[in-house]
Design a protein around this ligand. Structure first.
Ligand code: DX5
Length: 219
């Protein structure tokens, strides 16, 4: 059993509310908003306005994946916008603990993300401070990329670290997750799957895409 978290990055923004409701009705567990600043990643996407729009469209938890260089500067804004989970990147946090603590103290779940080039050991000291570890399975910045298989090794390493310490935490994978990669991600130890282009594409409806993924990974 794993959670499915559609990312709106590939949604049709001319009808974002409809697209969010479609996956919510099809059993999505959370909605991810990919926030990009054009500095930490080469792309610029959406900010708090995106979270506010999703907040108006569903009661599901919203996770703000902050692919930005200065997450601490914007956490309050995303909390006010309605984010329930705030994920920041290890690569921009010499010491993630203060920010993770701040997010938790302000009523949201705290996530720590690692990009493909960052080893699993980079989060080893912070497993107790985060509610989830997000292992990027593509280089952050764009949807529709192919999963980098080597990243799944880090999922297994982190799951082993958690088990050794008696910790239960979500391990989330994000990037290139679809019907051909979902099961291997779960087998590697992930229990939260983010999917953007696998859910929002021109081959099928979001509901159909959700049902296909759910059939593969169970309830
Ligand atoms: C990359 C984004 C994507 C997005 C999902 O920066 O974080 O991973 O959430 O994209 P897909 O599922 O299309 O690979």
């Amino acid at each position: 059993m794993a959670l499915i978290v559609p990312s709106i990055l590939s949604a049709d923004f001319t009808r974002l509310g409809e697209q969010v409701k479609a996956v919510a009705e099809a059993g999505a567990d959370r909605i991810q908003v990919d926030v990009m600043d054009g500095h930490f990643v080469p792309n610029i996407s959406i900010g708090t306005l995106g979270v506010e729009a999703v907040r108006r469209s569903t009661t599901l938890p919203i996770e703000a994946h902050l692919m930005i260089t200065d997450p601490a500067r914007y956490v309050d804004d995303f909390l006010r916008a309605g984010a329930n989970v705030i994920i920041a990147h290890r690569e921009v946090l010499p010491d993630p603990r203060p920010l993770l603590n701040y997010i938790r103290q302000h009523g949201a779940k705290a996530g720590l993300a690692i990009s493909p080039e960052t080893p699993a050991t980079a989060v080893a000291d912070y497993l107790d401070d985060a509610d989830l570890i997000l292992v990027m399975t593509v280089h952050p910045g764009f949807g529709g990329q192919a999963l980098i298989p080597e990243c799944l090794t880090k999922v297994t390493q982190i799951r082993q670290m958690l088990t050794q310490r008696g910790l239960t935490r979500d391990i989330e994978v994000d990037g290139g997750i679809h019907e051909g990669t979902a099961v291997q991600a779960v087998v590697a130890g992930a229990n939260v799957l983010v999917a953007g282009s696998a859910i929002y594409n021109d081959r099928e409806t979001p509901q159909q895409a959700m049902q296909k993924l759910r059939a593969l990974i169970g309830h």
